[in-house]
Design a protein around this ligand. Structure first.
Ligand code: SF4
Ligand code: SF4
Length: 313
């Protein structure tokens, strides 16, 4: 598997990072045991880093899958605002992941300089943790071009995990060009960048070659996190990235799994998705609810959700 260097001073990692949201209870696609087995399988195939987050609630699963792989790196993140919240997040990760030293820890979903300012105490605590050797590399994840720009200027930041796909789906503060410019700016500074939502949360899965080729074509982006919840998806993605032919049977298996619209439990009930649904398949009961009979899985609703709650899974 292709190895890449994450930014100027980051570690060498596989081009693919295992996106563990797909096996977490948050998505509920697979049982904990199934998810652990899929993750183990990906590690056996050479994927050597895992993306998670405190909110995914799957540290135990990751610890179980990676216990025989001490060199596999783990990235986690939290929404901590204060120093004490960050200390708590770091301790929780160290204990539950059974790692004395954390490889990476990020501030989750930092959308602008203002958001980062609001998390300044937590960032200071991350810097202290880095100095003490509790965590090796620190950074942010973001769905916003302004988040990438602000992160790039954050003192001590090593890595950014931005949303990036060829249609610009999910970018909350502008278009794809704004994101590409922000990424170029961060890359100039030597920051490590690994993309998320390469397949637009499932909306671009019909042309995976194009989705991957696009991210690879963006200078300064070294790697990508891909969510995988079955061995077939692992095989499929690894063949895809290796530029090898995907057997039609495997392609069919991955493509024809029974799918549904997943609504994350952090839905804010803003109602934007209702307006975007051409089928009238969504209604509000404080949060968005889908009528699976009426839903044609077109994915239009997912494009408008500011919180990225909607996904075809
Ligand atoms: S757009 Fe997103 S946050 Fe708003 S109601 Fe729909 S699912 Fe919930
Ligand atoms: S996937 Fe399409 S049909 Fe289904 S709820 Fe979303 S917009 Fe409506």
């Amino acid at each position: 598997m292709r190895q890449v260097k994450l930014g100027l001073w980051g570690p060498e990692v596989s081009e693919v990072c295992f996106g563990s949201l797909a096996i977490s209870p948050l998505q509920g696609r697979v049982t904990e045991e199934e998810g652990t087995s899929v993750l183990k399988y990906a590690l056996e195939q050479g994927v050597n880093w895992i993306d998670t987050a405190e909110i995914y609630d799957n540290y135990a699963q990751i610890a179980a899958a990676s216990k025989d792989y001490p060199n596999v790196r783990i990235i986690s993140k939290s929404y901590s605002v204060t120093a004490s919240e960050m200390r708590h997040s770091l301790e929780k990760a160290r204990t539950a992941l059974q790692r004395e030293t954390l490889d990476f820890f990020l501030l989750h979903e930092q959308e602008s300089a203002l958001t980062l300012k609001g998390h300044a105490e937590a960032w200071e605590e991350l810097l202290r943790a880095k100095e003490k050797g509790i965590v090796r590399w620190i950074g942010i994840s973001t769905h916003a071009a302004a988040g990438v720009r602000a992160g790039a200027l954050q003192p001590g930041l090593d890595v950014i995990h931005p949303i990036l796909n060829y249609q610009g789906l999910g970018i909350i503060d502008g278009n794809l060009n704004a994101m590409l410019e922000a990424i170029a700016f961060a890359a100039e500074l030597g920051i490590g960048i690994y993309a998320m939502k390469v397949f637009g949360g499932g909306h671009l899965s019909h042309d995976p070659e194009k989705a991957v080729a696009f991210v690879r074509s963006v200078q300064g982006v070294q790697a990508m996190a891909l969510g995988m919840s079955s061995r077939e998806e692992v095989d499929y993605n690894l063949l895809l990235l290796a530029g090898q032919e995907i057997p039609s049977e495997l392609r069919e298996k991955v493509k024809h799994r029974k799918r549904k619209l997943y609504i994350a439990d952090w839905c804010q009930g803003c109602g934007l998705c209702l307006e975007a649904c051409p089928q009238g398949a969504l209604h509000l009961e404080k949060v968005a609810v889908v009528d699976p009979e009426a839903c044609v899985l077109c994915g239009y609703c997912g494009r408008v959700c500011p919180h990225f709650c909607l996904k075809i899974v």
